[in-house]
Design a binder for this molecule. Structure first.
Ligand code: G6P
Length: 423
């Protein structure tokens, strides 16, 4: 069989086994022969290599699994490069969650100042990875799951020519909710979709080309947001929002709820990870540990494999991806990376024009995109003034003295991970 290789950068992530599982399930259409796991943490990498080998054997897969600490070795010959890095690990995530709360602003992995600092830490190494891809496997596509996926994609587009698919499981949420609420098949559901990663909206939902009735739409909404956004507001909006819209539409309640919790999500994840890695390290463990279900990022492998399959087979697929607008959404900058439906085939990723952009929310999307573009600029330049303007532009901050105080404290807390700000 012709070799077909995938490289996984940041393979010490607890999500890695999902990829092995999905690759095995789809081996007919996407005959991957080799997967190279790369991480900078030798301990996690060794555990993951051992488990992935046992898991693949358990699944009856003959995938060749290799592990390396060397990025060049991992990239050489790869057709797809999966990136899933977490710079500073969960320890930094917890600071992202806690520091903004002191100033009455939401602390969260991807939203608000927390997401901004995750971008500042992650963008420089992601740009380096993209430049290495250009050097060592120029035909390869990057499939990125690292957060914040939209800003990372925009930075990589600015600094390299590599094809990058910025992914998030959320693009399929309107479909999944319609399937759940209406009992229809996933293939029968169509919709428009627009926004940014974790700030997006599904609309114009149809089943087999027929628009949903008001009653059906309400059923989908009930399934859609897990109570994260008030039902009356959803009814009024007539959109299916990402659950992260709670941080905007219920800003004060979200801050109060976060402040009242004994543990942040990052602290919970640290505990879950301990359990998950203990299981992965057990030489008798051959299946995915139960505790893994408590992580929120499951389901990425489906989208990742859809992108790879479309690129490899050249059979076009409709997939929601963080990609440069290029005119798909009127009124937003051409070069701005948006989370929009794209047509993917062997030639690339092509955003599809989305008509009737919802009047009620485009301004919010534009404001957050403004903050994102300033953040990308700050991440690439290490310019403190730009970072301050970015934070000020964020609708959840929007106050100069607050922005200044949050920035000062968070820069200090991230000093060792921000060489561009502390040369
Ligand atoms: C969702 C989001 C991801 C996020 C994950 C967090 O899947 O779309 O962007 O990384 O949840 O899960 P965690 O278990 O880390 O809180």
């Amino acid at each position: 069989m012709k070799p077909l290789k995938i490289a996984v950068i940041g393979a010490g992530s607890s999500y890695t086994p999902e990829i092995i599982e999905e690759l095995t399930r789809r081996r007919e259409k996407l005959p991957v022969t080799h997967i190279t796991l790369m991480d900078i943490d030798p301990h996690r990498l060794e555990i993951m290599e051992g488990f992935c080998r046992r898991f693949a054997a358990h699944l009856g897969s003959d995938l060749q699994i290799e592990a390396t600490l060397d990025r060049q070795e991992a990239l050489s010959g790869a057709r797809f490069v999966l990136t899933q890095i977490r710079v500073g690990g969960n320890a930094q995530r917890i600071l992202d969650e806690k520091i903004p709360l002191k100033y009455g602003v939401i602390g969260q992995e991807t939203t608000g100042p927390g997401g901004m600092f995750k971008a500042l830490r992650t963008i420089p190494p992601m740009v380096e990875i993209a430049q290495d891809v250009e050097k060592y496997c120029p035909q390869a596509w990057i499939i990125n799951y690292a957060n914040p996926t939209g800003m990372i994609a925009e930075a990589v587009h600015r600094r390299s020519k590599v094809t990058i698919a910025g992914l998030c499981a959320g693009g399929y949420f309107p479909r999944d909710h319609a399937v759940q609420a209406l009992g229809v098949s996933p293939e029968s559901v169509q919709y428009n979709y627009f926004g940014l990663n974790h700030l997006n909206f599904g609309y114009n939902l149809q089943v087999d080309g027929i628009s949903l009735t008001d009653e059906q739409f309400d059923q989908v909404l009930a399934a859609a947001t897990w109570g994260s956004v008030a039902a009356e507001l959803l009814h009024n909006l007539r959109l299916v929002p990402s659950p992260y819209l709670r941080y905007y539409f219920h800003r004060e309640q979200a801050v109060a709820d976060a402040a009242a919790k004994p543990l942040t999500r990052g602290e919970q994840v640290q505990q879950i990870e301990q359990e998950v890695f203990q299981a992965y390290a057990d030489p008798t463990q051959t299946t995915k540990p139960e505790a893994l279900k408590q992580r929120g990022g499951g389901g990425y492998s489906e989208i990742a494999l859809n992108v790879m399959e479309a690129a490899y087979t050249n059979q076009p697929q409709w997939i929601v991806i963080n990609a440069p607008n290029g005119g798909a959404v009127a009124g937003l900058p051409e070069e701005a990376v948006l989370e929009v439906p794209c047509m993917v085939n062997a030639s690339g990723i092509f955003p599809l024009r989305q008509a009737n952009i919802p009047k009620s929310v485009w301004g919010l999307v534009a404001a957050v995109k403004n903050y994102e573009q300033l953040t990308v600029e700050a991440a690439l330049s290490g310019n403190r003034d730009t970072a301050l303007l970015a934070l000020l532009a964020h609708p959840l901050v929007g106050d100069y003295h607050k922005a200044e105080a949050i920035l000062a404290e968070m820069l200090e807390a991230n000093r060792q991970f921000l060489p561009q700000f502390y040369p």
